[in-house]
Design a protein. Structure first.
Lengths: 249, 249
């Protein structure tokens, strides 16, 4: 992490970075560990979202892009601000206060944090630890973990926003490779919404959508019968948007 | 404004308070005026959104409810956080820096602000000035005004979010009285979306929605033929939500 910048001590950004491995929705968490320097006992050992204080000399959105790049090396990624968290006591727990003092970014009794979620194709991303363990967790597991600060609440809100927005915006495709099968797309919708979907209906519906474009190629390197590959056409989606949406009620 | 609380100098809340007068979508703006104490010349005279710094001892959401109550007397109002604005230079203009020094809430070179929009039935609301002129402006006029700070950008983003969310959530009804006519509802959708709507289609579609419930009563005190009144049933809406919404694409 570049530390040549001065930070704003009472404002941070936290990124909920979602990925999909064709089986589950996953999220990146960073380990927070502090051992007592005399006894070696574990004082803090838990996980946080990927976050940091904002720099005095950067726009808020740029702080989120910086954190994402810092942890994944990725740029030009889908990133959406989904909420700002500002309960008085959100960093008041003893270990959280200790942690804030340890990371030495100036100290504030109270920190407000702005949440962004990122959607990445996790099949080809490398994570950067910068000295703290960083790893993907299945969302089903992460949502049951005791995370630092109010990060569990932030994670839930990110998922809720993702669930809501996949219904009206074509953001799910950000989680897939450029070329995907309908089975992969269905699985993705299922893990995001938490509901199983009828295969026949799903295929029928998707095949009618002009922006889900069949390719000549099929999967390769699979043991089952290779399925046809598709890609999402942003151009066709945008051009047909008005035909699809009126007021919904 | 209650000033017995200490404020956080680099974080504020701004409320975009929308109302509907059966003709236009309106928004509340507060005048900001400063005269040179020696010459009496106008140094600052423009408008801002209804906002304030957050207090050290209140949750972020409560700051928004406080500002809303302080300006309208209303509680239990529909309020939605729609974005946090944190460009480095958002309060850097000379008159904005002067104003921040004048209002004496502690001074910060840089202030991040959290935007909330409120939807109120403006037909029966009274505005509280607390020494600054406060008034409703038609949205069409407000969006062309030069507002303080980045408030024009915040206002646009609020409208954009409202436009998007009225398609999927029944929030437009917050802007209407308990009992309304279909003509009023249509006009409301027209002024929010900026598009005219075909009357016959609109009525047909609305009459099929079980949560738009016809009442026995009709309008009174109108010069035209009195129209039937309707009300929105939140209960029916919630109970029928799953029938209406699948994935939209």
């Amino acid at each position: 992490m570049n530390t040549s910048h001065r930070t704003i001590s009472n404002v941070s950004v936290d990124c909920v970075i979602f990925g999909f491995d064709f089986e589950q929705l996953n999220v990146i968490l960073v380990e927070r560990e502090y051992l007592d320097p005399l006894t070696g006992d574990i004082v803090i050992k838990d996980f946080t979202l990927a976050g940091y204080h904002i720099f005095e000399d950067e726009d808020l959105d740029n702080a989120a892009y910086r954190i994402l790049k810092d942890r994944t090396g990725l740029e030009n990624i889908y990133l959406e601000q989904f909420g700002t968290f500002g309960k008085i006591d959100r960093v008041a727990k003893e270990k959280d206060q200790l942690w804030l003092k340890l990371i030495d970014q100036g100290f504030a009794d109270r920190v407000l944090t702005v949440g962004y979620f990122a959607l990445i194709d996790s099949t080809k991303v490398k994570l950067f630890s910068h000295g703290s363990k960083i790893q993907w967790f299945p969302m089903e597991e992460a949502r049951k973990m005791e995370l630092a600060f109010d990060h569990q609440e932030i994670l839930q809100k990110a998922l809720e926003t993702l669930r809501k927005n996949v219904r009206t915006e074509p953001i799910a495709f950000e989680l897939l490779p450029q070329r995907f099968t309908l089975t992969q797309l269905q699985k993705l919708y299922e893990v995001i919404t938490g509901n199983s979907i009828d295969k026949r209906n799903f295929r029928k519906k998707k095949l009618q959508m002009p922006f889900i474009v069949p390719l000549k190629e099929k999967e390769d390197g699979v043991s089952h019968r290779p399925a046809r590959l598709f890609h999402f056409s942003r151009e066709i989606f945008d051009n047909t948007r008005n035909e699809r949406f009126g007021n919904l009620f």
